[in-house]
Design a protein around this ligand. Structure first.
Ligand code: TRP
Length: 329
């Protein structure tokens, strides 16, 4: 059975784009592969969040993952810092990671620009730590977005380098996992681009009904089509794309045909979209709240996840130490 691993930095709440995109696929995938889902809190530290918000974000992401349907009995769900073996592997891998290649990483160059007052070693070695996350379970596949492809490429490079240096095919070279057609991309409500946490254009799984209505009603539209079957401007196409992912097909068809006949009323469409979103989000939000209120449950899930992750990591680390010449005297 193939091993799949996915990591997420705890930097905010999950939005509908996360849910309808990757998360729903993860829920299916957990039954089809040996899956690890972890919360990359070490990586978050590279941008110095304050301790209280880091802790709260970890709780939120864990509760949201569980509410979305990741099953801790089926998949291994854990917090990165609960698996210190990752830090050890990162240290060992760093001995074969060259500063020059890390300095040339796109994400590092971007961070230098974004936070020139805080160019810490963690930022430079970010891809090494990420390689350790992946290689510690000897994962075969990692579902990643465009922005993480270079990091995964570096993971393959470090795996290859290790195998070549020590003359043993120990680490598999992890491949990007592509959901293909299955991966629905959800645009934002602000007229352009995809739904993302940074742009403030999204609907969060934790949003109240009122917040959802407000955000949807404020979504960017235009003055409407003036001739039949007029091509849609991007903001309109985006609202239709969201509706397609959220509403029943008959609702989508109804508004599409109204658009094509120049009889569309965006206000009505947005009202309907908001209600359909609420029908989707409200039960998830309730589950998030329920899970977050049960501190003992969260604690147990994290502890059991960490124990399962450790069992896998220990097998890897025992061999890595041996290969590198670190053995009992
Ligand atoms: N760097 C990833 C991000 O920003 C998070 C991450 C850390 C990750 N370690 C990983 C993703 C390992 C996949 C595999 O989104």
């Amino acid at each position: 059975m193939k091993t799949v691993l996915s990591g997420i930095r705890p930097t905010g709440r999950l939005h509908l784009g996360n849910y309808l995109g990757a998360l729903r696929n993860f829920v299916k995938m957990q039954h089809e592969a040996r899956c690890f889902f972890f919360i990359a809190d070490y990586h978050s530290l590279t941008t110095h969040p304050d301790p209280a918000s880091l802790h709260e974000n970890i709780r939120n992401v864990l509760a949201e993952y569980l509410a979305a349907g990741l099953d801790p009995e089926v998949a291994t769900i854990y917090v990165q810092s609960d698996l210190p073996q990752t830090a050890e592997l990162s240290l060992l891998l760093s001995m074969h990671a060259y500063v020059g290649e890390l300095e040339r990483t796109a994400s590092f160059k971007e961070k230098i620009r974004a936070q020139p007052e805080n160019i810490n070693i963690g930022l430079l070695s970010y891809p090494v730590l990420m390689a350790a996350d992946i290689l510690i379970h000897r994962a075969d596949y990692v579902p990643v977005g465009k922005d993480q492809e270079q990091h995964l490429e570096m993971t393959r490079k470090y795996a290859r380098r290790f195998n070549t240096l020590y003359g043993e095919e120990f680490f598999p070279e992890p491949q990007p996992y592509n959901f293909g057609e299955q991966l629905v991309k959800i645009p934002g409500l602000d007229g352009s681009g995809k739904m993302g946490k940074s742009e403030g254009n999204g609907i969060y799984l934790s949003d109240t009904d009122e917040a959802i209505r407000k955000k949807v009603m404020r979504a960017v539209t235009d003055s409407g089509p003036t001739k039949p079957d007029q091509p849609m401007a991007e903001p309109i196409a985006n609202i239709f794309a969201i509706m397609k992912a959220v509403s029943p097909a008959s609702t989508y068809d109804f508004f599409l045909s109204a658009y094509n006949r120049c009889e569309i009323r965006y206000g009505d469409m947005k009202k309907q979209l908001a209600e359909d979103m609420i029908a989707l989000v409200a039960p998830i939000r309730a589950r998030i709240e329920e899970i977050k209120a049960d501190g003992a449950y969260l604690h147990r899930v994290a502890a059991e996840g960490a124990a399962r992750a450790a069992a896998s990591a220990d097998v890897t680390m025992r061999r890595v130490r041996e290969i590198m010449g670190i053995k009992p005297l």
